[in-house]
Design a protein around this ligand. Sequence first.
Ligand code: FES
Length: 261
Amino acid sequence: MLQEHTEVCLQEPYGDSPYRLLGLRAPGIAARAAPGQFVHLRIPELHDAVLRRPFSIFRTDGERLDLLYKPVGRGTEAMRRLEPGSIADLLGPLGNGFPSPSGDRRTLLAGGGYGGAALYRLAERAPAPGDVFLGGRTDRELVAAREFEQLGWTVHTATEDGSAGRKGLVTDLLRDALESGSAASSEIFACGPIGMMRAVAGLAAASACPAWVSLDRTMACGVGACQTCVIRVVDTTRPEGWRWARCCREGPVFEAQDVLW
Ligand code: FES
């Protein structure tokens, strides 16, 4: 884990989506970050109890890493005001990311909303392109579809309002793919809202398909000290059969079958 004082080098809308891109010059973190790991950003304007904000790493390009964010609250609105040339304090890479796709199974990626951003670097490093399932409330919330296509992945989309792809949930698409017979030869990597991750885990269990899910939890410290991010995971060595796990240290990526929902 490194702490870098990073220079903002990109601040712009992400297409016509509600998201924005923040590019940071952070050579040490960019070089070490594995797919699915995250960074904790201290926003200079915020000096109160809110310590840092966690963000998945979307892309890395040499010394730069790009974060995708949606300005919806005080912290992310303050992020929008970070101009190129300003300095921000960044901690990372943090947590345990996704394991590498095995290469002998078809890789299925499932992203809900900006969860798609956390899967992009996994797609870049996968041994071969597979299928990516992207979902959002509207077509404007489908993240990185074009980028996945440029890597040669087959993109399937679902929107809740039907404005792009199939009307419904991204897990509807994933269910169809698994039921079409590919479950036994596939593996799933997913990132999105907690309800979606629970649904992915259920689909994976029902079809005996290996799956890894990245859990989005409130994280105050990001380094294992505050316990705000705990979840219950299976632990057969304990009489009760479970233990607490910190999403910021043991996660954010867990094998789906290990999580007690
Ligand atoms: Fe503090 Fe995980 S965010 S322990």
